[in-house]
Design a protein around this ligand. Structure first.
Ligand code: PRP
Length: 210
């Protein structure tokens, strides 16, 4: 039986392709430059579905894809009923709270009451501040979150940082770290039973190379 895998384009896909090929699941078609959104690898018994990162858990929860590859940060934010199978180890980054350096505070507890916090992760952000008993107003954005404090939309941001370069170049500093994230292989709960052998074989092969 063919396994379908929801993945998203970009440099993280290259890391996944590398793992698959080392695990003896050839995916030449996936490396080709194409606008196709569904790509088959007959030799590997895999069908790749090219989705936006935030949509990967949705495809998997509904069974439109048996498996998915997604960052732990995006997975936590999506809060879907899927099984997390493997920590793939790449795409390591931190989800942090950052503020303009000029604000001069070092702790989230020093943020003003009802401070505005811009983020692509409104659910995780709300949970983080609720747990700390800090009242904030969350402003959901879809990208370029660092713009928030620069143009006066928000006092703080919650966003991922990898090298830290984007924060530095936009005059922002980290005042707290919410979580660390890496890419994960996830599965649909039903596919785990109906395609048990195929999923198990792939997981074993991937675990053997990471
Ligand atoms: C991510 C993130 C930061 C940047 C961090 O943005 O939102 O902006 O990467 O990386 P760095 O610490 O290595 O500088 P992405 O490129 O995914 O685009 P986005 O801002 O539209 O989300």
């Amino acid at each position: 039986m063919v396994l379908s895998i929801a993945v998203s384009k970009g440099r993280l896909l290259d890391s996944f392709i590398e793992i698959l090929e080392k695990a003896k699941y050839p995916c030449d078609n996936l490396k080709k430059e194409t606008r196709k959104l569904v790509i088959e690898s007959k030799e590997a018994g895999l069908r790749f579905i090219l989705a936006k990162p935030a949509d990967v858990p949705t495809y998997v929860e509904y069974g439109a894809a048996d498996l998915g590859v997604v960052g732990k940060d995006t997975l936590m934010e999506a809060d879907k009923n899927v099984a997390e199978l493997v920590d793939l180890g790449y795409g390591r980054c931190q989800l942090v709270v950052a503020i303009p350096k000029a604000l001069g505070i070092t702790n989230v507890t020093d943020l003003d009451f009802n401070s505005r916090v811009a983020s692509k992760y409104p659910r995780i952000t709300l949970e983080f501040f609720n747990k700390k008993g800090i009242q904030v107003e969350i402003i959901p954005l879809n990208g370029s979150i660092e713009l928030g404090p620069i143009i006066g939309l928000s006092e703080a941001i919650v966003d991922i940082t990898e090298t830290g370069r984007t924060l530095v170049e936009n005059g922002l500093v980290v005042i707290d770290t919410i979580m660390e994230s890496t890419s994960r292989l996830i599965a649909n709960q039903v596919s785990l039973k109906t395609k048990r052998q195929e999923v198990f074989d792939l997981v074993k092969a991937i675990e053997g190379v990471i």
